[in-house]
Design a protein around this ligand. Structure first.
Ligand SMILES: *Cc1c(COP(=O)(O)O)cnc(C)c1O
Length: 345
């Protein structure tokens, strides 16, 4: 197995893109980071121009086009950074970003202007300052460790972070957001799992977008985490040509639940620069969610959310089945029929 592919020339050599596309993709790569792990390269069918794995990770010349509504900081994180590496938007929880490096670079990433192999990694002093901020704010109940991908950290670094959070009495929950169990499952070994051990509640949220990502190796990785007593959740991004049909999304969500991973969020695509070709409309997302209601187990249903531009937070934007009408309510059932429901006296 070769290593991670880090530039268009590597993608050409691996047979994943034709040589004539290299020049334009070199231009994309100067603008946005590129990396494709061996696990994901192995899933790509180079003969399929619409391959859903390639769509997520292989750069595309359309990334050089910026739509007028697109932004460098699409969800307004930068306005909520009291100290480096912390985003504090909601009172009870913060993001802690120890590094801005990923094993793979998703073409639709909302942090695509911040992440990369040269992306910022907190120094010891900066990490201490971030921890000191969390310690000084008793309202912080949960710390969400993200990045970059926090599972790229050494087990030793993770243990340092865990021990620091462990020592803060008001922190009850430590949540990790990662793509590593999917894109580099071989990294989820005993040392990493051991580093996650805590007396506090630890959750791991895995990012997966297409059923083909749910490989046997990924299953082994999530089982290792699950066996350590850590509940697993998933997040997915709704992506045009990848998972924007009920059939594909249903297969993804069923596959996750069957691996004991509870679907948490389905994110509407953020307005990151150069990602218009990967976004759907909100109406299409609601239609897909509506199709899943009634035919897919309730525990497999994610919440469809939009992270509002400007830093106003995440809000559910899925279909709504109840509306007030006359005296009482009109409620739609999963088949699309409406029913009267009485008002409360
Ligand atoms: C997404 C996000 C969270 C976590 O939100 P949940 O709804 O709890 O998953 C927390 N802080 C920031 C800044 C976020 O963007």
């Amino acid at each position: 197995m070769t290593g991670t592919l880090r530039k268009p020339a590597d993608l050409v050599a691996a047979g994943l893109i034709p040589a004539e596309r290299q020049a334009e993709l070199d231009e994309v790569a100067r603008r946005f980071s590129v990396a494709v792990t061996p696990a994901m390269a192995a899933l790509i069918d180079p003969n399929d121009p619409a391959d859903p794995i390639a769509t997520q990770f292989i750069p595309d010349a359309r990334e050089l086009d910026t739509a007028p509504e697109e932004m460098a900081d699409p969800i307004g994180d930068h306005a909520f950074e009291p100290v480096k590496g912390i985003v504090h938007r909601y009172p009870d929880r913060v993001l802690l970003k120890p590094l801005h490096v990923c094993p793979i670079y998703c073409r639709f990433c909302f942090r695509r202007e911040d992440v990369g192999p040269a992306g910022a990694t907190l120094t010891n002093a900066e990490l201490d300052a971030a921890i000191a901020y969390i310690r000084s704010r008793p309202e912080i109940w949960e710390v969400i460790v993200t990045g970059g991908d926090p599972f790229l950290l050494s087990a030793r670094r993770l243990k340092t972070i865990m021990a620091a959070l462990e020592s803060i009495p008001h922190v009850a929950v430590i949540r990790f957001h990662t793509r590593i169990p999917v894109v580099a499952p071989e990294r989820v070994g005993p040392a990493l799992v051991k580093a996650l051990f805590s007396e506090k509640a630890v959750y791991v949220v895995v990012h997966a977008n297409h059923p083909r990502e749910l490989t046997p190796a990924m299953k082994v990785a999530v089982q290792r985490i699950g066996k350590a007593g850590i509940p697993l959740l998933s997040q997915s991004v709704l992506l045009k040509g990848v998972n924007d049909t009920p059939v594909v999304l249903e297969a993804l969500l069923r596959g996750l639940v069957a691996m004991r991973v509870k679907p948490y969020y389905l994110h509407h695509g953020d307005l990151a620069r150069g990602t218009a070709h990967l976004r759907t409309g909100l109406a299409e997302g609601r239609e897909v969610m509506r199709a899943l209601r009634g035919r897919l187990s309730g525990i497999a249903q994610p919440i469809y959310v939009l992270d509002l531009p400007g830093g106003h937070g995440k809000v559910p934007v899925g279909p709504c089945y109840a509306r007030e009408s006359g005296e009482g309510w009109s409620i739609e059932d999963p088949q699309g029929n409406t029913h009267r429901y009485p008002p409360k006296e």
